[in-house]
Every structure is written in C-alpha cells, then in structure tokens.
Design a binder for this molecule. Structure first.
Ligand code: ATP
Length: 182
C-alpha cells in the first residue's frame, strides 16, 4: 500500500490539512494518508497536549472511510526523534508499505536543518504542497487554502468561532476540553 505521511503539530487540525490530504490522495497515487502529530515539536513547544492533538486529528479523520488515519508513532519514536527516525521506525514496522512524506511549501526553508535530509530523500518521495503565500519551485498542485493553526488560535483567543476553517467535531472537542481558551 502507498501511504503518505503527514507530520505536524496539528494545533489544531484545520481544513488546510484536510484539503492537503484529499489532494494528495486524489493526485499522487496514494491509498492512505496518516496524520502524525508531533510528540514534542522540535522547534516550538506545543501548548496543547499530544493526546488532545491526536484526538482532534482522529475526529477529523473519522469521515474519510478509513483512508485518513492518525498515527501515534511520534510518541513511540520519542521526544528526541526526528523525521528520519520516524521513517526508519515505520519502514521497519510496515515493510509491506511504500511511504511518501507530505510537507507544505512553508516548510521548505527548514529542510536543510532537518537531520539527515539527504537520507530522507533516498528513503521516501517528498511531496511538497503549494501552500498559499509560500510559492516555491517543485511544488505540486494549486495554492491550497489560506489557513493556519496560528491564525485559528488567534481567532479563538479573540472570541471568534472559525467554523469555516476547523471541522465542527474538532471545535466541539476543543470546547468540551476548554482548549484554546474556550
Ligand atoms: P502553525 O500555524 O501552528 O505553524 P500550521 O497551520 O502550519 O500550524 P502544522 O500542523 O504546523 O499547521 O502543519 C502540518 C503540515 O501541514 C506542514 O507540512 C504544513 O506545511 C502543512 N500545511 C498546513 N496548512 C497548510 C495549507 N493551508 N496548505 C498546505 N499545506 C499546509
């Protein structure tokens, strides 16, 4: 099976992530997309726990007839794990799958700093999505939604309810657990 891995803080997950998953499945010969919330983000400290971010991703995935899944693999790899370690772990656990890696074009500038990026490129196909506002060479597809978790967190703090940017089940969960000041 062809599996596209989609890592991120997903704090919270939003329609940009959903569109990315749908686009990759529809155009890149991918059977499943696995969301992999970061255990501890390498560059920024997550304000919402891993468990909550996993649960919000699971809720977002639940309507996708099984092809969108949420993986807790980052907690197994550990807090010091980097993408290369995650990929090695997954390749060992699922030798029957072929993996690719989805990233948005905003991340491109970080890639030279990723541990063993040359090894990552040899292990998996890296699919760089065209994130609106971050034009770059080698991206696939049209610019995807102008939406970010940062913007959503700011809106929630201001008391706005971004129901067009975040799936209802995710907002309901955030409200129920008093996340993002709700
Ligand atoms: P934050 O604002 O907190 O940085 P984010 O919206 O960038 O969050 P992440 O969870 O950090 O979301 O992103 C996970 C992955 O999804 C990254 O590879 C990112 O580039 C990609 N991504 C997020 N939003 C979009 C979007 N609107 N279009 C394309 N890619 C996106």
């Amino acid at each position: 099976m062809q599996v596209a891995l989609f890592g991120g803080s997903f704090n919270p997950p939003h329609v940009g992530h959903l569109m990315a998953a749908h686009y990759v499945r529809a155009t890149q010969g991918v059977d499943e997309v696995w969301f992999m919330p970061t255990f501890v983000h390498p560059f920024r400290k997550a304000t919402v726990s891993f468990e909550h971010r996993v649960r919000m991703c699971e809720l977002m995935c639940q309507d996708a007839a099984g092809w969108m899944r949420t993986s807790k693999v980052e907690s197994e790899v550990g807090k010091d794990g980097r993408t290369v370690d995650t990929l090695e772990f997954l390749r060992e656990r699922y030798p029957e799958h072929r993996f690719s890696l989805i990233i948005g074009s905003d991340i491109l500038k970080d890639l030279p700093h990723w541990k063993d990026f040359d090894r990552i490129e040899r292990m998996v196909r890296v699919v760089v999505l065209n994130r609106a506002g971050y034009p770059a060479e080698g991206t696939v597809g049209p610019p995807l939604a102008v939406v970010s978790s940062t913007d959503i967190r700011e809106r929630l703090t201001r008391g706005e309810m971004p129901s067009d940017l975040v799936p209802r089940v995710v907002l309901d969960y955030a409200r129920e657990h008093h996340l993002y000041g709700l």
